[in-house]
Structure formats: structure tokens, C-alpha cells
Design a protein around this ligand. Sequence first.
Ligand code: NAD
Ligand code: DAU
Length: 349
Amino acid sequence: MKKILVTGGAGFIGSHVVRLFANNYPDYFITNLDVLTYAGNLENITDLEALPNYEFVKGDITDEAFIDELFNSKNFDAVIHLAAESHVDRSILDPMSFVKTNVLGTGVLLNAAKKYWKNKEDKLFYHVSTDEVYGSLGETGFFTEETPYDPRSPYSASKASSDHLVKAYHHTYGLPIVISNCSNNYGSHQFPEKLLPLMINNILHSKPLPVYGKGENVRDWLWVEDHARAIDVIFHTGINGETYNVGGFNEWKNIDIVHLLCNIMDKKLNRVEGESAALITYVKDRAGHDMRYAIDATKLERELGWKPSLQFEEGLDKTIDWYLANDEWISRITSGSYKQYYDQQYTKR
Ligand code: NAD
Ligand code: DAU
């Protein structure tokens, strides 16, 4: 039985990844390691608890003694590393927690893999990263795997550092690795500090819709289950040492996506046309706000045969329906410390 450590599996993308692996590969044993920060939530994965090939372990990737003991006792064959601090605005407020989790935490995992993996050839360290490491684009062009790194926020700088560490352990110690750099994900179970769930939640509760700056920044959106499928494909068929870009071929200006959400939700909530859009409020721009991200994911399609399965309109429809059906999930996870963060973010703008 192949033993796989997935880190960050109680978070948004990680929960979809552990679900896919635990259900589709009964001959793999999945250890889901997560420290359960504000973004990690066991409710995201209750359906997995009864599976015989799955376990949850609460623990911190920055705790070297704990990670060493885990590697020593579990004899993992592979790691899929997603645990991270993931929200750009929080990295602007508190950069050091991003350095700690994303840089130090990745280093601790790499070091344990180097120390405990004797026959390295049979092992794999899969590092899940972001397109933000490439910086910001003008009106044209795409990020390819050859685009030089140019991270510009504390979040993207910490992810770029972690990517470099992973590559360094490959070149220096021969650790088998793959890295994927993905664009903006959307779908169920995303913490409602990120654009889409924040807007859906605020539309539902008729709260202001805070659009940063002029709303002209562009992001490339990918359905989270398609990202999980890409991770599956890269994990199984990616070439040792390679990087793969993952994207939706689906660019949107923020303001256009907010209008689209408003129109769809007016219909779903039986509101008069324009009622939700009236909530749009332009607020102070994010510091150092990257203008445009756009991923060229043709290497992944050409070499490994992956492409997005879902049209954006269909994915958005499913996503909105999930949040409407899970309003209590949002209420629970946004009570407590999130409320403080939200007020700090938006009341002063
Ligand atoms: P998330 O914030 O929803 O989840 C992160 C998870 O990591 C949480 O469950 C949290 O509890 C856990 N975690 C944080 N610190 C930890 C620690 N010290 N030890 C153990 N667990 C810890 O993040 P997400 O959006 O699901 O992103 C997952 C990964 O994918 C991240 O590495 C992120 O950089 C990358 N990524 C995200 C996106 C996106 O659009 N969300 C796109 C590309 C890449
Ligand atoms: O590109 C991949 C990255 O996408 C991931 O690596 C990050 O983990 C993930 O958080 C995401 O980063 P972004 O900063 O692009 O996502 P966010 O949802 O925070 O913002 C999307 C865009 O919407 C961005 O241009 C900022 C804008 N925005 C965001 C929020 C939360 C607003 O205009 N208003 C808001 O309230």
C-alpha cells in the first residue's frame, strides 16, 4: 500500500485533493496533516472519516521534532504539500507568519524527506504552488514554466522561496520532486475572505461588495476540482524535477466577475435586476496589487493530457448553489476571529 502524506488537507484545495485520492485510490493510505488554522476546517472532510485508507493528524509543519517523528514512524512514499498561509491581504498585514509557515514549514518537510527517504528513487515530494511567483503581467502575454520568478507580495515571495527550496533539494540532494503553479481556484469550501465566496456571501446578506481600486485587475479562474484532477495527473505521470503550470484559460476582470455574480444571484434570489449590483462599493486598492495573471497551461495539456473539464458558467453556478445551501457553514467559520479581520480590512477603507 502506497503511503501518502498530504499537508493542508483541511483547507480549501487540500480537502478536494484528499477526497479525490482517498476515494479513487483505495490501495493508497492517505495521512492528512493539518494544524487547523482559521482556514482549516474538519467539517470540510467529514465524509472521509469512515474510510479505511484515510487518517487525519493534527500537527504543525514548522515543528521539526514532530515532523521528524511522523516521517520516522509512518514511512511515507510520497508527500503532496499544500499547507500554507494562502491569503495575500493577510500577508500584507502579517508577513512573518507567511515566512514561517510557507518557507520554514516547507524546509522542515524537505529536510525530513531527505533524512528518512533512503531509497529516494521510489519517492516523490510534490509541491503545490501558485502562478503569483511569476509576478504581474501587462495587457498581453502569459506565464509559462520559463517565465522568470518576480514575486511582489509577501505571500508570493514566501511561495517563491518555498519553490526555490524544493528545486534546491532536487539539485543538491537528488530528492525526487514535481512542482505545479496554479491560477486562482474557485469552488466549494473556500474560506470567504477570497473574492468569490466573499462576494457570494455579501450578496446573499445584502452587504457592501468591496471591489479594490477600479476593479480592473485580471485573474484566471479554475474550478478547484479540475485543480485536484491536475494534481492527480501530475502526481502519477509528471517527470521528476519538472514544473507544470495549471490554469483555466479563463481570464476575468474583477469588476466583470462581480457583475456576473450579481446577475446570477439576482435570479437565484428572486431579486429585481440590478439589486445586488447596487451593493458594489469601490474601496482602497490592495497595496502592491498585481494587475494581471494569466497562465499558459499548454505544457500540462500537451505532455500529460490534462485540461479543464468545466465551463466557467457551469462551475460558477455549482459554486453559488453550494454556498447558498451551506450558509450555516459560512456563519460558523466566519464567527470569532474572522469577524475582527473582516472589520479591520473593510471598515477603514
Ligand atoms: P487554505 O488557506 O484554504 O488552506 C491551507 C491549509 O493549510 C489550512 O487547512 C491550514 O490549516 C493548513 N495549514 C496552515 N499552516 C499550517 C501549518 N503550519 N501546519 C499544518 N497545516 C497548516 O489554502 P488553499 O487556498 O487551499 O491553498 C492550498 C495551497 O495551494 C497553498 O499552498 C496555496 O499557496 C496553493 N494555491 C492556492 C491557490 C488558490 O487559488 N487558493 C492557487 C494556487 C496555489
Ligand atoms: O493566483 C493564485 C492565487 O490566487 C493563490 O496563490 C492565492 O492563494 C489565492 O488567494 C489567490 O490570490 P488573489 O489575491 O488573486 O485572490 P483573492 O481572492 O484575494 O483576490 C482576487 C482578486 O480580487 C484580486 O485582484 C483582489 C480582488 N479583491 C479581493 C478581495 C478579497 C477585491 O477586489 N475585493 C476583495 O474583497
